[in-house]
Structure formats: structure tokens, C-alpha cells
Design a protein around this ligand. Sequence first.
Ligand code: ADP
Ligand code: ASP
Ligand code: MG
Length: 457
Amino acid sequence: MIVIKFGGTSVGDAQRVANAIDIVAERREQQPIVVVSALSGVTNDLVAASEAARACDADRVNQIIAAVRQRHEDVAMRLVQQKFDFFESFIKQLDKQIDQIHTILSGIALLGEITPRAKDKVVAIGEKLSSVLFAYSMMMRALPGEHVDSEEVVITDARFGEASPLMEDTREAAHRVLLPLIERNRVPVMGGFIGRTRDGATTTLGRGGSDYSAAIIGAAVGAEEIQIWTDVDGMMTCDPRHILTARIIERISYVEAAELAWFGAKVLHPRTIAPAVAQKIAVRVLNTHNISSPGTLITEEGDTNAPAGPRAVAVKRNITVVHMTSNKMLGAHGFLARLFAIFEEFEVSVDLITTSEVSVSVTIDEDNPQLLEKLKTVADVQVIRNQCIVAIVGRNLMQDSIVGARVFEAMRGIPTSMFSLGTSGLNLSIVVDDKDADRSVRAVHAALFEAPVGAAS
Ligand code: ADP
Ligand code: ASP
Ligand code: MG
């Protein structure tokens, strides 16, 4: 069994859906389970419609939802046109979902408030529609695609907007629902990104979460491989959209890939790797627009031939630095414990940390005014917003100090507020102002991946 996941751009229009179906058809003997994202841009549209509903802007709501509906109808028309009954039944399902969106959006408008629970119900509809469309399109081509409602399989906690799977329940459901289909040579087609709580409420796994769904489903059925089909050739030394000289990474370890994803390499949702690691399932990142490219293979051991050193640079934007100084000055034991108890209380996780005897600086993703207020009860607190983390990820990064030398040299003239070298040698991170993000990444990438060997100083 393998899981094949297609991102939004890979199912963005009728031609792309047709190409994606070719990819599935070629892998029939491997017993695929297909996971699809919403058509590209649809989740953003649904988020925008929720915001418009909260603002009681009925015209804008109607305009966005009508466009979403039309887009699905157009794609369906091109893909399932000849067989009238498939088309009719897709349109029936489409209209049912659209009615449901309108009902929830009216509720949001009435209350003037979006609860995370209502928002999940609305945004989940993108994947519900794309997966039904994909399954019908497969049937049109006489391929045994069978739509499976992800909510029947991916069972999660109730953290709406950022839910986590309950793996035991999910494994049981996946075995019960998916395995009999596979045994009958059917190809289950599911929406990514969505799940359901034990008591039946729709949840989502966080933006970009279809990768995570693929990994959860792969782990639940014990797949041999999880394939993430996207719009670039694989994981690269940097985001190829910003750095044209970015190079493909053929093999990389779970820990390196997870670290890159965590520090902003959008090609993988940050939580994708964890379910694969538990069962040592290989993850492959492949390009739907360039099928012959070998992509990136992510495994426990990674590239055993690669020397220690940097593998890639990522950037995590829009973070906040919190600088805390003990107001008791030197030697105040228990200071860190008190601070971190507060982070724990507010369930805020910290990415980077640097310390001196009397002060500690951390980075956090979200600005949390209550957290900051509480921290002020035990420390003098300085907050620096609009920062970003430039993360250099690799193996035994500082085995050769030339890496550090090159990075420091590349960053000359760019103000930095934190440096942090992970004890594992996996990550060297630098915090800079958001406005310096691009030039920092360019400089570091050029120094580490474009400079001739031995040309550091
Ligand atoms: P999908 O819709 O298929 O999930 P995403 O847009 O979420 O696709 O992720 C693919 C994008 O990730 C690429 O188009 C690329 O711009 C971006 N990206 C960021 N960092 C990297 C990296 N290190 N390697 C490859 N792609 C990256
Ligand atoms: N459609 C969702 C999003 O845009 C999930 C995904 O694409 O992975 O965030
Ligand atoms: Mg994605």
C-alpha cells in the first residue's frame, strides 16, 4: 500500500486533475490510497467568506461562494461531462455543500463572531468537494476510485483549527473502512486536512495540513510509502520560488526534513514527518508537473553518503522575540523555571532560546498579550515583533567551523538579534528583522551552497 497526496496546485484545474489521475493509474499495483487538497486557492476563499460573514458583508459572501461553486462546476464539466449521471450527482453534492456553507455563514453573520468550530466546518468543504470530484473523475476513466469521507477515518481531538489525530481510533477506523476497499482492488480517495472528533464535530489539522493527513493515514494502514505530490521537484536547498539557484535534495533524514518543515519549508506541513517516523515509513516528495524527476526520499537514515554539513536553508517569518531579564539580578535560581511555567500555562511553545546569567531570549510564533503580561510579573520584558528565523539545517553542522565562518561572513552588515546552534548540530538559527529576511537567506544560501568548496574566507 502507498498513500498518494496531491496538493492544491496539483488539482487546480481539470487538466491537472487528469494528470494526477494518470499518476494514480500508473501506480495501481502498489494499492494506492489517494489524499487530495482543496483546489488551489479554495481554502483561502472559504476563510475570506467566513471573515466577510463576520463583517455582515452579505454581497461579498455571496460573491465568493458563487465563484467557488462555479469553479467546481467548471472543472466537473470538463472532467465528467460525457457521462451525464456522474455530472448530475456531483452537482447535487456540490449544491448540498454550498447550501451548508450558506447556513453556517448566516449563523456567523447573525452572531458577528466566528468560532474555531464553525470556521472548521466551512473550510473543510474545500477538501470535501475536491475529493468527491477526484473520485468521480476516476470513475469516468473506468478506474475504481471510491470516495471515502475523511471524517469517517481521521479521528482527532477537539482543538479546532489545529487538531491532532487520536491514532488508536484512527487506526481502527482506517482498518475498518479502507482495508476492505483495498482488498477489493478499489482506490480510496479522501480529502486531506480534515477529521472529526469522537463526538462528531468536523475539525481541521492546520493550514497546509493535507500532507499531515497523508502521513496519518499512511501510518494508520502501515503503508510502505507516503508520496507528497506537489509543484516543485522535491525538498530543495531553499524555497525555489525565492532562490532560483536552489538545488534538489535527493535524500534526507526524517530529523532534517522535520526541522526544515518546522522552520518554514512549506513544501511539507511541519507535522508530516512524525507519523511516518513511528513506523519508519518512507516519505517521497515528487513533482506533478515533472513526473520524471526522482524527487526527494525522506527516510530514517537519510543520505548516508552525504558528508556532515548544511543541507538547506529555511525561513520562518512573522515571529516575536521575547527578551526577559531577571529583576533580581545575578544568581537568581528558579528564574527559568518560573518563566517556563508561564509558557506552559499559556500552552505557548518556544522555538529558539538563548541565555545569559540574568536574561533569557526566546522566539514565539504568536503574539500573546496575556502571556506577556504574566511574564512581566517575574521579569523585565522586552518584546521585538516582526522578526524571522533563518534556519540552516544539516548534520553535525559545526563539525567543520567553516560553516559558522561562512554564515557569519555572509551575514556581515545585517543586524541580528539572536543566534542559536542546536545541541544536536542539526540547526543553526539566526533571528533577523522580517524586512531583512530575503537578503539574509540569499546571502546564507550563496555562501553555503553556491560558493566553491574551500572558498569561505
Ligand atoms: P501543495 O499545494 O502541493 O501542498 P505548497 O505550496 O504547500 O504545495 O508547498 C510547495 C511550495 O513549497 C513550493 O512551491 C515552494 O515554493 C515552497 N517551498 C518552501 N521551501 C521549500 C524547499 N526547501 N523546497 C521545496 N519547496 C519549498
Ligand atoms: N487546503 C488546505 C490549505 O490550503 C490544506 C492543504 O492544502 O494542505 O491549507
Ligand atoms: Mg502544502
